[in-house]
Design a binder for this molecule. Structure first.
Ligand SMILES: [Zn+2]
Length: 474
C-alpha cells in the first residue's frame, strides 16, 4: 500500500467518522455545539477498516525500529522454514528459484504443502498459490506465512481451534507458499531503509506485470510505483509468472499490509469481473469478512476501493491472463494513525498482543478460505449457464468433477480457431462489398459516358465505345 493511499484512507476514515457522529445530531444541535463535536470527531476518529490499529504513536516524529523480539531477520526466517520443511518432509518440500537480468540477481523460495495420500492423485487436487512479502517493508506478512506453514503441519495450534477441524480438507489441497517474494527489498529494510517497498533495484514488483502495464495516472508516484523498463523486467516477477502458469492455481492470494482489506480484481479500473466469476469471488470475501472481521473490512475491487488505480498488478494478471478463478489481494494490517515517516509502525504491529492477534486472525481466515474455496467453486460451476461465465471458470477444476485442465486448453484452442474464422469471414465480406462498390461505380461511369457520347456521336460509334468499355472490365 502506498503512503499517499494511506493519507487518503486516513482522510476518508476521518470524514466517515465525522459524518457518522454528526449526521443524526445535526438536526437537533445548535451550530456551536455541532462544530465542537465535529472538531472532537476529527481529533479522535476511530478506525473503521477491519479493526485496524489506530492507536497513535507516542511521538509523531519518532521512527520505530524493527522490534527484533517479534520479527525474525530474513536469514533466520529462511533457516527456520528450512528446518520446518525438514521436520515434515512427508507434507512439505521447498525449492529455491533463482533468476537474473542485467547483473541483478533474485531468489524466490517456494514451499509446497502436499500431504501425499495414495488414494488421491495430485492431479485432481485443489491448488492454492500465495505470496507474502512482495513489498519489502511489510514484514508482518512473512511472519503470517511462517505461522500458516506451522499450523498446516500441526506444529502450532491456533488458540480456540480444534487441530482436527481442518485436517480432512487438507488432504485435497496442494498449497504453494512464497514466504518472501521480495528478498532483496526486504534486506534493504532490514539494513535500515524502513520505508522501502520496491525490489533490490527500485522497481515495484506489484506494477511489473503485463495487464495495463506502465499506464500512469495523474497522481502516479514515480518513486514508489516504478513499473520497471517492461512487463516482467524484474526476475522476481518473472519467477512468479512462470510459477503461476505451471502450477495453474484455483486460488491466488497476494498478501500485503498497510491497511486491512479483502480485494478482488480489478486494480486498474473501478469495476469487478462480471458474471459468475465476480459473484463467486465477492461471496467468498464477504463470507470471510463476516466470519473473521465483523464485516469491517473493505471488500471489492482494488481500483474501486483504494481511491486510485494501480496498473500492472499481479492480481489483475492472475485473473485476466493466468485465468485463476479466485484471485485476491489481502491487506492484513495497517496503523492508520502512525506518522507517514514511521514506516515500520504503519505497516507492521509493534506490540506482542497485536502481533499475535493479527497472525492468528489471518491464519484462521486462510484456513476458512481453503475450506470454503473448493465448495464455493463447485457450486458456482454447477450454476454456470452462459458460455462467457463458463470460460471465466474453466480454470476451476474440482477433484470430484474434473480430471485435469486439458478441457480448458481444448476450449481455448477452439475459441481461438473460431475467432480466426470470424476474422476471415469479416475480411471476405469487406472485400466483397468493396468489389461490388467498384463494379457499380464503373457501371455508372460507363452509363454517363454513353449518355455524353450519344449526344455528340452517331449511333454506330456508340456501339464501338460500349464494346470497348466491356472489354475494360473483363
Ligand atoms: Zn504492499
Amino acid at each position: 500500500m502506498r503512503e499517499r493511499e494511506r493519507e487518503r484512507e486516513r482522510e476518508l476514515l476521518l470524514l466517515r467518522s465525522t459524518f457518522a457522529s454528526s449526521s443524526m445530531g445535526a438536526l437537533l444541535l445548535p451550530l456551536p455545539l455541532l462544530s465542537f463535536l465535529l472538531f472532537v470527531a476529527f481529533v479522535r476518529s476511530p478506525s473503521f477498516v477491519c479493526g485496524a490499529d489506530s492507536s497513535s504513536s507516542d511521538d509523531d516524529t519518532s521512527i520505530t525500529p524493527i522490534p527484533r523480539d517479534l520479527y525474525r531477520s530474513s536469514d533466520v526466517l529462511l533457516h527456520e522454514i528450512k528446518a520446518l520443511v525438514a521436520r515434515h518432509s512427508d507434507s512439505l518440500n521447498m525449492e529455491s528459484v533463482r533468476a537474473g537480468s542485467k547483473g541483478y540477481l533474485a531468489e524466490v523460495v517456494v514451499v509446497t504443502y502436499n500431504r501425499v495420500k495414495k488414494h488421491i492423485s495430485d492431479k485432481v487436487k485443489f491448488r492454492i498459490l500465495m505470496s507474502f512479502g512482495q513489498h519489502g517493508r511489510e514484514l508482518i506478512t512473512s511472519e503470517v506465512a511462517f505461522r500458516l506453514l506451522s499450523v498446516l503441519t500441526e506444529e502450532h495450534i491456533i488458540p480456540g481451534t480444534e487441530p482436527t477441524t481442518f485436517q480432512n480438507m487438507l488432504d485435497n489441497l496442494v498449497i504453494k507458499v512464497v514466504p518472501m517474494e521480495n528478498l532483496n527489498g526486504r534486506k534493504l529494510v532490514e539494513a535500515g531503509d524502513l520505508c522501502e517497498r520496491r525490489n533490490g533495484r527500485g522497481v515495484d514488483l506489484n506494477r511489473n506485470w503485463s495487464v495495463d502495464w506502465g499506464k500512469k495516472e495523474k497522481d502516479y508516484d514515480p518513486y514508489e510505483e516504478n513499473p520497471g523498463t517492461a512487463p516482467f523486467s524484474e526476475p522476481e516477477a518473472e519467477i512468479m509468472r512462470k510459477l503461476s502458469l505451471s502450477f495453474d492455481p484455483h486460488i491466488w492470494v497476494n498478501v500485503h499490509s498497510g491497511m486491512e482489506a479483502l480485494f478482488m480484481p480489478y486494480d486498474h479500473k473501478n469495476t469487478t469481473p462480471s458474471g459468475v466469476a465476480g459473484r463467486l469471488m465477492r461471496s467468498i470475501l464477504e463470507d470471510l469478512n463476516h466470519r473473521h472481521f465483523q464485516d469491517k473490512c473493505l471488500v471489492g475491487s482494488g481500483g474501486g476501493s483504494v481511491g486510485y488505480f494501480a496498473h500492472g498488478t499481479t492480481t489483475d494478471y492472475m485473473h485476466d491472463v493466468a485465468k485463476v478463478p479466485m484471485s485476491f489481494t489481502f491487506e492484513i494490517y495497517g496503523n492508520l494513525s502512525a506518522s507517514s515517516k514511521d514506516c515500520f509502525r504503519m505497516f507492521n504491529p509493534v506490540d506482542k498482543i497485536t502481533f499475535d492477534s493479527v497472525i492468528n486472525k489471518w491464519c484462521m481466515a486462510f484456513l476458512t478460505l481453503f475450506q470454503e474455496g473448493p465448495d464455493k467453486l463447485n457450486d458456482a460451476r454447477l450454476r454456470v449457464s452462459t458460455l462467457s461465465d463458463e470460460r471465466a471458470l474453466n480454470g476451476a477444476i474440482d477433484p470430484r468433477f474434473m480430471e485435469d485442465n486439458r478441457g480448458r486448453m481444448r476450449m481455448e484452442v477452439l475459441e481461438l480457431g473460431m475467432r480466426e474464422l470470424r476474422t476471415y469471414f469479416r475480411l471476405f465480406m469487406l472485400s466483397t462489398i468493396l468489389l461490388m462498390f467498384m463494379f457499380c461505380s464503373r457501371i455508372s461511369k460507363t452509363k454517363n459516358r454513353q449518355q455524353l457520347t450519344s449526344l455528340f456521336t452517331p449511333q454506330k460509334q456508340d456501339h464501338r465505345k460500349q464494346e470497348q468499355f466491356r472489354y475494360d472490365y473483363f
